[in-house]
Design a protein around this ligand. Structure first.
Ligand code: G16
Length: 549
């Protein structure tokens, strides 16, 4: 049986999905990501790997086909571990190995994995849950994953077009035997909307809060799926949806979506420019969200992941205090977090804050070390995770009936709010419901929200270099180790600008080096970013035109 299967695996690989690309790719920040035309064999092989991983873990594993914020011609794939986490780091090297090996050595790598992890149950047929975004290429790439799963003897469960966080949710539902929820799209919408409506109650508006938000779907899966959510909200929140072009229009993430709004710091195309109206944008696979508005003078104001994190952490801290129950709350950020937000969290909210490298896998992992961990990247990717013991403590406190009325209310509120949150991974749609819940609770409009602190002007630039791996970093990416001398140059430049801060790192999803800068004025910030970008270009082998200062 096994022999027959092996023959199928390798015959398929050679005949249907031959490795056509010579250069190596690696499993980066969010799996493999490159031009869609280069990915068929990688997808097939990820199907194989997913089955091995599922057999090893004795659990359902997920495969998501998406390139999220990247342009439409790109695509990508990431594996989802049993509890919704990104693929465990020690397996990333196997993913890279299996993707890069020549067709005739594929068998050897698979045997190496089986030997390394002592996978004995090679006849098991584990379920592999598969989802894809709206990219036209996703269709045939998901077929390649399915073929890989079948060839290795797994059972593909194809969810079709879904958001990345929905796929994570399905995996967790299946692995918890439905304790987390029903592993269906309908189950997902019902879980979120029922919890949302319960917390909101009958008064849809409160103080300055109005229950209407403009929603930019980035012409992607987030636009398709919000329609179902809206039905379940039954008017408790009015979501006016924009940017829902048909699949294959080439408009995905184009001049719209969370990545465009955050990195360009601009209002997206397609939404009405009404003053002081609360707007939000999600990205191409709906795992990131940012909020923003235009004021009376058409000035753009951004509420990014840092703002969302501080809104959530401030709220949780307050409600937690009201419960009288002692649980450790913490917040996790990356080096991209605006310095003003970190000051606010530390000095005003007095919530412990940690800094980790870019990539949800790092943030998620760190957040799990708190009873309640809030994590967000500045780009709007994040969620809240609760330890099981923390949930248990809240439920037990409620059951024992020793709470005052205020404590009881606060505890109930917190328990209901857990169900609005997709704890499995950052989820734009669930995050939107959480933000709306908190703004409603506080009676705030978007301007009230903005008052908490003032962002330092900041800038994100991309520099193209011959080989971005020449840049290596340490200290949660805040310091550059190689090329030698670059960090000293950055330090010297930064020292010239009040409240200046800058760092550089190779992107894990695009073939560029990212440069981040912040300073006390926007002029200084622009100059600082440009100077650092120029140094990167000079010392790290820049290509094309050097950045201008
Ligand atoms: C992915 C990761 C994020 C990361 C972003 C940019 O987001 O999931 O954690 O912040 O890429 O990463 P990099 O700067 O390394 O290119 P997404 O939404 O594109 O999947």
């Amino acid at each position: 049986n096994n022999k027959l299967r092996c023959r199928t695996v390798y015959a398929f690989a050679r005949e249907m999905y031959p490795k056509t690309i010579k250069h190596d790719i690696s499993y980066g920040t969010a799996g493999f990501r490159t031009r869609a035309t280069d990915l068929s064999y990688v997808m097939y092989r990820m199907g194989l790997l997913a089955v091995l991983r599922a057999r090893y873990k004795n659990a359902v594993i997920g495969v998501m086909i998406t390139a999220s914020h990247n342009p439409e011609p790109d695509n990508g794939v990431k594996l989802v571990d049993p509890m919704g986490e990104m693929l465990e780091q020690s397996w990333e090297k196997w993913a890279t190995k299996i993707a890069n090996v020549t067709d005739d050595k594929l068998e050897n790598v698979i045997n190496d994995i089986i030997a390394e992890y002592n996978i004995e149950n090679m006849n098991d047929r584990p379920e592999i849950v598969i989802g894809k975004d709206t990219r036209p290429s996703s269709l045939h790439l998901s077929k390649a994953v399915i073929d890989g799963v079948l060839a290795m003897g797994g059972k593909p469960v194809d969810y079709g077009i879904v958001t990345t966080p929905q796929l994570h949710y399905f995996v967790v539902c299946k692995n918890t035997r439905r304790a987390y929820g029903q592993p269906t799209e309908d189950g997902y919408y019902k879980k979120l909307t029922n919890a949302f409506k319960k917390v909101r109650g009958q008064n849809f508006n409160n103080g300055n809060y109005v229950n209407r938000v403009l929603y930019d779907g980035a012409n992607g899966v987030g636009a398709k799926k919000i329609k179902y959510l809206k039905e379940g909200l039954e008017g408790s929140l009015i979501v006016d949806m924009y940017n829902d072009e048909i699949i294959g229009s080439g408009k995905l993430n184009y001049l719209c979506g969370a990545d465009f709004v955050k990195s360009q710091q601009k209002f997206p195309t397609g939404l009405p420019q009404d003053p002081n109206v609360r707007c939000c944008s999600v990205d191409g696979d709906a795992d990131r969200i940012v909020y923003y508005y235009l004021d009376e003078n058409k000035k753009f104001h951004l509420m990014d992941g840092d703002r969302i994190a501080t809104l959530i952490a401030g709220f949780l801290k307050e409600v937690l205090e009201k419960t009288g129950i002692s649980l450790k709350l913490g917040l996790v950020q990356t080096a991209y977090a605006n310095g003003a937000s970190t000051d606010y969290i530390t000095n005003e909210l007095k919530v412990p804050v940690a800094c980790v490298p870019t990539g949800v896998k790092h943030l998620h992992h760190k957040a799990l070390s708190y009873d309640i961990g809030v994590y967000f990247e500045a780009n709007g990717h994040g969620t809240v995770v609760f330890k099981n013991s923390a949930k248990e403590k809240l439920r037990t406190a409620l059951e024992t009936n020793n709470l005052s009325d205020e404590q009881k209310h606060a505890t109930e509120r917190l328990i209901n709010i857990i169900d609005i949150i997709n704890e499995t991974v950052g989820d734009a749609i669930s995050d939107m419901l959480l933000v709306e819940t908190i703004l409603h609770y506080r009676g705030w409009d978007i301007k009230d929200w903005e008052k908490a602190y003032t962002d330092l002007p900041n800038k994100l630039l991309k520099v193209t270099v011959q080989d971005r791996t020449v840049i290596t970093t340490t200290d949660a990416e805040r310091k550059c180790v190689t090329p030698e001398g670059l960090q000293a140059e950055i330090d010297a430049i930064v020292a010239k600008y009040p409240k200046g801060r800058s760092f550089v790192r190779p992107s894990g999803t695009e073939d560029v080096v990212r440069v981040y800068a912040e300073a006390s004025t926007s002029q200084d910030c622009d100059k600082l970013a440009a100077e650092v970008a120029k140094k990167v270009f000079e010392l790290a082998g820049g290509t094309g035109n050097p950045p201008e200062i």
